[in-house]
Design a protein around this ligand. Structure first.
Ligand code: AMP
Ligand code: MG
Length: 490
């Protein structure tokens, strides 16, 4: 099997070699063939024996080249230089047939020099949650790391209780975080910081090398990509939960899943992470925190970019984020199509913004189910089922008035009906990853039954297509299972 180890070889002073440690009775529970095929991974990886050999045999392809990466990070606003891959290892890089580059990373691979007091392991519960969320996001069109396979074991590890340990191979463009740059900047290791930049320009931002100041161009690109990701999180009701700078990817992809949630009932200040008592990472704080994180990241550019240019670049985050946000919300509401974005131009834009603002404000006031309400709107437009939409709101009069204004606005926008329906259907998922579904998949997996996990994954991998046999994944949670705060311990 042909893989690359660019990071391990070119940046050996930024890593430590560590062999993955198998767990008792490690076995391949699930392999994501869709992802495998999409990036053209070598065929033998699909085979359990060959995969386990590559990972754990003395001279296995991955075993002999795996490294733990060093990084730091701002955790809940405080700088922590002591971080690094404490339980994950970079296994190798893969070049897809289209030339794109992919990291393979094993999570839960055992202790590393950066494990601090941790055991280097991941529990089955959190690997299943990461698997489902990363695939769900990807298939909603939200940039994310992805999950290639799930390895289970007969070994237990201690968390709040004893839990089965598991591992996951994660795939994404790279595992370089904001915290990598921050660490080599703050620890005053300019040669290592330079080496990291050089590596990024060679492998990840090659098209920017010819720019007048490639460093400024890279910073701008990270700002733009992060702004797009944030807009998408806000539009789809995704709460990441632990937006520390060590969990922020330089590629603007969702990364390092902890106690995340796709919101059920809409609470604009929703907090999915029960350890986040101040609500630093609450849903409505996410864009501001992303900018805070970009600012922390940008400090590493101070020797390369004039400060005023850094400030100007950072000031573009909010308008870029908001533009994406309005455009994507318009798609969810069926106010634009691929060929008609009149709703976003003057003089229509003001009414458009009001409609979006009133809509979200009412959802928040009544705490309506975020995804379900959008599905009701879709039905009101496509199937002329206005009643179900207005009935769904407590204040039916408000819903009636809003929908009347909406219809008048749509009429003025002169949208092609077929295209509008297409936009609505490709922007409003039938299936989203609700926490209670994930919990059902986990409960079954704890009894060695992966059928719920597989079925749920199948639904999430085609979220916009309604199919028979998947009805259970359209049901709303019982009240007791709504918005349950989740633990970080994974
Ligand atoms: P996370 O909260 O998963 O983003 O992790 C924050 C830091 O703690 C990273 O440096 C992780 O590698 C490390 N870490 C998390 N869990 C463990 C664990 N069970 N064992 C060792 N290190 C861990
Ligand atoms: Mg992390």
């Amino acid at each position: 099997m042909q893989f690359f180890n660019n990071y391990a070889q070119q940046l050996s002073s930024l890593t430590r070699s560590v062999k993955p440690l198998s767990l008792k009775g490690t076995k391949l529970a699930f392999y994501n063939s869709t992802l495998h095929d999409a990036i053209g991974l070598p065929e033998p990886l699909k085979d359990e024996t060959q995969l386990l050999d590559a990972l754990f045999a003395q001279s296995g392809t991955f075993a002999k080249n795996a490294v733990a990466q060093k990084y730091g990070g701002h955790q809940f606003g405080y700088w922590n230089p002591q971080l690094g891959d404490g339980r994950g290892l970079l296994l190798a890089e893969h070049v897809a047939p289209n030339g794109s580059l992919w990291d393979l990373h094993l999570k839960g691979a055992g202790p590393t020099p950066y494990s601090r007091s941790g055991d280097g392991r991941a529990v089955l519960r959190s690997t299943i949650r990461e698997f489902l969320a990363s695939e769900a996001l990807h298939h909603l069109g939200i940039p994310s790391s992805r999950a290639l396979c799930l390895l289970t074991s007969e070994q237990a590890v201690q968390r709040e209780t004893q839990e089965p340990a598991a591992m996951l191979i994660r795939v994404c463009q790279s595992h370089i975080r904001f915290g990598h740059f921050e660490y080599f900047h703050h620890s005053q290791q300019p040669e290592k910081l330079q080496a990291l930049f050089d590596f990024c320009f060679e492998h990840h931002f090659a098209s920017l090398k010819q720019q007048q100041n490639p460093y400024l161009s890279m910073l701008k690109k990270v700002i733009e990509d992060t702004a797009l990701m944030l807009a998408k999180w806000q539009v789809y009701g995704f709460n990441h939960g632990v937006m520390n700078t060590d969990n922020m990817s330089i590629h603007g992809i969702t990364f390092d899943f902890g106690p995340y949630a796709f919101m059920d009932d809409f609470f604009s200040d929703y907090i999915c992470n029960h350890t986040d008592q101040q609500g630093r990472y609450a849903f409505d704080q996410q864009p501001g925190i992303a900018l805070w994180n970009l600012n922390a990241f940008a400090h590493a550019f101070l020797d390369y970019v004039p400060e005023k240019d850094i400030t100007t670049a950072l000031s573009t985050f909010e308008p870029i984020m908001l533009n994406h946000f309005y455009r994507l919300m318009c798609r969810r509401l069926g106010l634009v199509t691929d060929s008609n974005e009149t709703a976003l131009t003057p003089p229509y834009k003001e009414t458009t913004k009001h409609l979006i603002f009133d809509w979200l404000q009412q959802l928040n006031k009544e705490h309506r189910d975020y995804n379900q309400t959008h599905r009701h709107l879709l039905n009101a437009v496509i199937n002329a089922d206005k009643q179900r939409l207005t009935d769904y709101f407590i204040d039916e009069q408000w819903a009636n008035d809003w929908f009347t204004t909406y219809q008048k606005h749509v009429l003025k926008l002169n949208l092609d009906k077929e295209q509008q329906e297409h936009t609505l259907c490709t922007s409003n998922p039938v299936y989203i990853l609700r926490n209670h579904y994930a919990q059902q998949a986990i409960d079954a997996a704890h009894n060695n039954d992966f059928s719920v996990f597989e079925k749920l994954l199948e639904a999430l991998q085609a979220p916009f297509t309604e199919r028979t046999g998947f009805e259970v994944f359209t049901q709303l949670p019982p009240d007791a299972e709504k918005g349950v705060p989740l633990s970080c311990s994974s």
